[in-house]
Design a protein around this ligand. Sequence first.
Ligand code: UDP
Ligand code: MG
Length: 324
Amino acid sequence: MTDNRDLPVLYLVIPCYNEEEVLPETTKRLTEKMIGMIRSEFIHADSRILFVDDGSRDQTWALIEEYSEAIPFVDGVKLAHNRGHQNALLAGLMTAMPLCDCAISMDADLQDDTDAIDRFVEKYKEGCDVVYGVRNKRDTDTVFKRTTAEGFYKFMKVLGVDVVFNHADYRLMSRRALEGLSEYKEVNLFLRGIVPLIGYRSDYVYYDRAERFAGESKYPLRKMLSFAFDGISSFSVKPLKMISNLGILISVLSIFGLLYALISHICGVTVAGWTAIVCSIWLLGGLQMLCLGVVGAYIGKIYSEVKQRPRYLIETHLKKKDEE
Ligand code: UDP
Ligand code: MG
């Protein structure tokens, strides 16, 4: 099937984990939005809202089932376990892939502005394959969340990971971008890092992020930290290089330590045995760190091989035969 850019089949993919408090309102707003877009022939009538229940323990799945019976374009997927936001999102996107022309991922809690959906689709119609939703400002976040989140984006840049500043997971992907994504087989998913690697034409849509409509954040600090660490360790082997550099630094310093210890020894201001101990501590410490770094370098290589990421995705093929 070729891309249908004029009247695309749009899937809204929404991961939900214990979201019974927000789901009624979310469904109401999104349903209105979908009806509007379908009536005005902005999107195809086969478009759907796809809820992904990430192993919720409350009434979330019951609600999804109820809505999907009552509303023709509401669909649901249930995961067997709570696998976390990123995996739930991927499950939804992969389910939507063969059925849609483009899919927008968004949170269930109405923090992502539903009015921005039109702008995403417009960019898609203009020929973009990936459209990133970027937050205008972060004044709905606590100071703590804001500083840690912005610090995280900056730190990722320093480590050489290509992430879009202030973009979370509110984004549109075309079907071929989704097919690209499906080639990334890694287990430690950090979609924000992977999507820019896919390439294709992309653009941004700016929106104001609202407050969570109801309920509590499903991302407590513990999950946030582990998400951040996953993001870094899945995309950068720089921490391993840092160990090598630290080893080199300590080895060089140990030479000065050695000189100092020898001079002290010659001047006779030391206790017997001190020189030998101090010298060996410094030198061995540095060498150990250096060796760890070398081992780390190889682990880094294994790590990138094991991931078996696709080495390229072909964007256009001028004389491609249909059935190739
Ligand atoms: N979520 C999920 N599985 C989880 C945690 C969260 O599917 O294990 C979903 C959640 O239902 C919501 C989205 O991920 O739709 C973002 O979570 P939340 O709004 O709690 O995060 P925050 O906005 O506070 O960062
Ligand atoms: Mg939220």
